[in-house]
Design a protein around this ligand. Structure first.
Ligand code: DGJ
Length: 743
């Protein structure tokens, strides 16, 4: 199938995979105009009549004598500052003369099957060339001799278009890129609500919806990491759009640093959406014959509601963004000692801890913070990636051997980008941190950020990590990042390149990941940034799973995981059962609920199993057996959000196996109710004519798929006020798993 159709005469480019279309054209001036993005249009059609222009008073026009053509009321594809458009541009280039005008004009295009990788940056990819088609549009600014190459890839099996932009300076002088968005699109109306994933530390990625108004709605980060506060994602939905129905556009940036995602409604109700590196604090000096590539942005269109959008992102991100050895492999169930011990342990404690985990069926022991240098609390040791021999007399090698001898894999925590002043590393390289001369340097958790924009700094960290990873049996690393960047400045770069540091920093982080992956291809990396401070599509390219949040309370996790699932696949969400009362919120929740919530993710434990009763250990063993039996389904299946904890007293979701022979439904009621209604929950994604058996704690019945999807799954808790499980205890926070199996 031809997925890119070019109307040579009209200079219209039509990306079409049979389900979605994306159309743009070359305007008379040579710049690109946007025509359409949405459900597929006829590839034979001609669409230039969609361009509307009128004489409007108080407008600036491009050419003398023409009172119709203004960029202010033309929908554009990659708008530049200063050519009669007063909305925010996607691009701003500054020349050595101080001018900020740039006007790249269309030159030619190239189409090829497949998709290129982006050098040094994460990006979606294909495994065979038929999976995507790419068009590159070559633009040229004659005044600056600047080449701008806009790249668009449309996927055959996913309703997504991936975009990025490359700049090559063919001029004799350097220019400065002040702003270079990864994508921009002008949609023809603004009758949308924007959906964003925002929050804070331990409350990441809550869903927030707002009606668009004239002006700008934006989310961004200027912290150096994509942040707990806002995720590099934005969706635009119609007011009537629901989970399973209605129109929605999703935009996701494959990037882990400062970003901006904004929607601007102009005075003609045109909606300009753009996304890319945050222009705040950014300026890139582009020397003659050098190039710069923006991160990739992925645009999804769904006519099947928010869930339809999420499924497109999930499919693309779990199989064509995540990569490597672990992408399709069953992830090990792990136990992490952090919440149980914090910094305070010696080797014997760890062995007991791991042995109990092994007895329950856990497959990997992860040693968290505190194992290295002089690390006794968060004031010391970061940067010294060698074992603290008081705690671990046989070093990491010895401990790893002992864990392996128990029949488990061993994983280890690092925080490669950070340093404490009290460390050998800092003492030998005090100039390696990010700090602005003659200014104070803020600390976060008593630590400082290493200047990863410098190759020699990344090398020094790599050498330490490489040495340890090559001599000890380490199967997994948890890569943490516990503070944002302030006073951004690098001692290694001149004044006119300081605007590059935030971006160069992230390139350094990606480089270290890449080097480790190349050196240790079967190493499983879990990303973490005080929980979910860098939980983004960029990290997924290097680390197929990420610690969703430092909040491990099952009730808090309902919203966090539900929100996260808007974009990110279940297989990448690190989710653990932790102790009660919960360390972050002090809440007590049933062990079953903690297991049910955590098993919708990359499952693990975060508590000392030696402190549980024998009854609780039996529950843990059952949870582990259940996860082992179902982890492939959970990781590979289609995920449906059924009931929102943001809007109701329930959170419910469902994962359906790809062959639709089996599904798992998780229903969690947050607060107990008295004499509530009989409830049914319409399911999704089953085969209408297939008969299924439904099994939960107290229910067992058979029903056809049509009944389960129309009438709904009958929920077992009638909330009559009688405690039917005989526990006699608090009935808040109850969660039930329903297994639906074709018979
Ligand atoms: C923050 C992480 O999110 C925690 O899980 C833990 O690893 C601590 N850092 C250790 O310092």
């Amino acid at each position: 199938m031809r997925m890119i159709i070019v109307n040579e005469q009209e200079k219209v480019f039509h990306l079409n995979n049979g389900r979605i279309s994306y159309l743009f054209y070359v305007m008379e001036s040579g710049q690109l105009g946007h025509l359409y993005f949405g459900r597929a249009l006829n590839p034979e059609g001609s669409y230039l009549h969609m361009v509307e222009k009128a004489h409007r008073p108080m407008t600036t026009y491009i050419t003398e004598g023409d009172l119709y053509t203004s960029y202010e009321h033309l929908r554009q594809e990659y708008p530049c500052y200063g050519t009669s458009d007063y909305r925010y541009p996607a691009l701003e280039i500054q020349g050595s003369d101080g001018s900020r005008i740039c006007k790249p004009e269309y030159q030619r295009y190239e189409i090829f099957n497949g998709k290129k990788l982006l050098s040094g940056l994460p990006a979606t990819y294909v495994e065979d060339e038929g999976e995507a088609s790419t068009i590159e549009i070559f633009m040229w600014d004659p005044v600056r001799s600047l080449e701008v190459i806009l790249s668009y890839s449309i996927f055959r099996d996913v309703d997504a278009v991936a975009r990025s932009v490359r700049f090559v300076n063919h001029g004799k002088e350097s220019v400065f890129i002040n702003r270079a968005m990864s994508m921009s699109v002008d949609l023809p109306d603004a009758d949308f609500q924007s959906v964003q994933l925002s929050g804070s530390w331990a409350r990441e990625r809550h869903i927030h919806v707002r009606d668009l108004q004239p002006g700008i709605s934006a989310v961004s980060s200027m912290r150096g990491n994509s942040s707990h506060q806002h995720n590099p994602f934005l969706a635009l939905k119609r007011k009537s759009t629901a989970e399973q129905s209605g129109e929605v556009y999703g935009f996701s940036l494959v990037y882990s640093g400062n970003f901006l995602a904004q929607a601007e409604v102009d005075n003609y109700q045109v909606l300009r959406v753009m996304m890319g590196i945050n222009p705040f604090g950014f300026q890139w000096k582009l020397d003659p014959e050098t190039d710069f590539t923006t991160p990739e942005a992925v645009m999804v269109y769904s006519g099947d509601g928010l869930n339809g959008m999420s499924q497109q992102f999930h499919r693309l991100y779990k199989s064509r963004l995540a990569r490597g050895y672990w992408r399709d492999r069953e992830r090990p169930i792990l136990i992490n000692n952090w919440e149980a011990t914090q910094f305070h342990y010696v080797e014997d404690d760890l062995i007991l801890f791991a042995a109990k985990a092994k007895e329950c069926g856990i497959e990997m022991f992860v040693l968290d913070d505190g194992w290295f240098g002089a690390r006794s609390d968060d004031r010391h040791g970061l940067g010294d990636w060698y074992a603290n021999m008081q705690k671990l007399p046989d070093g990491i090698e010895g401990l790893a051997e002992k864990i392996e001898a128990l029949g488990m894999k061993f994983g280890l925590w690092f925080e490669p980008e950070m340093v404490n002043r009290d460390s050998d590393f800092f003492r030998s390289h005090p100039d390696y941190i990010i700090a602005t001369p003659n200014r104070s340097t803020s600390h976060g958790r008593n630590q400082f950020v290493l200047d990863f924009s410098r190759r020699e700094v990344v090398d020094a960290v790599y050498e330490q990590m490489y040495a340890l990873l090559s001599k000890a049996k380490i199967s997994y690393i948890k890569w943490d990042m516990n503070r944002s960047i302030s006073e951004c400045y690098s001692q290694a770069y001149p004044a006119n390149q300081q605007g590059e540091i935030f971006h160069r920093y992230i390139l350094g982080v990606y480089d270290l990941h890449e080097r480790l992956i190349q050196a240790f291809p079967s190493l499983l990396i879990e990303s973490c940034s005080s929980g979910g401070g860098r939980f983004d599509a960029g990290m997924l390219y290097y680390a197929p799973q990420g610690w969703v949040s430092d909040d491990s309370d099952a009730v808090e996790r309902l919203k966090i995981q539900y929100g996260t699932s808007l974009v990110y696949p279940i297989s990448c969400m690190g989710a653990h059962v932790s102790a009660c009362p919960n360390e972050q919120v002090g809440r007590r929740t049933p062990l079953e609920t903690r297991g049910n919530v955590a098993c919708t993710g990359a499952f693990g434990y975060e508590l000392d199993l030696n402190r549980l009763s024998s009854e609780e250990i039996e529950i843990v063993k059952k949870q582990i057996a259940f996860y082992k039996e179902n982890r492939r389904l959970i990781a590979e299946g289609n995920f449906y959000r059924l009931c929102s904890p943001f809007e109701t007293n329930f959170a419910a979701w469902e994962t359906v196996a790809l062959d639709r022979q089996r599904a798992i439904v998780t229903v969690t009621r947050i607060l107990s109710e008295i004499n509530g209604p009989y409830r049914r929950l319409p399911l999704c994604g089953l085969l209408a004519e297939q008969k299924y058996h439904i099994k939960s704690r107290f229910l067992s019945y058979d029903a056809y798929g049509d009944e389960l999807m129309q009438y709904g799954l009958m929920l077992e808790d009638k909330s009559s006020g009688q405690v039917i499980d005989g526990s006699g205890g608090c009935q808040d926070f109850l969660s039930v798993l329903y297994e639906i199996t074709a018979i």
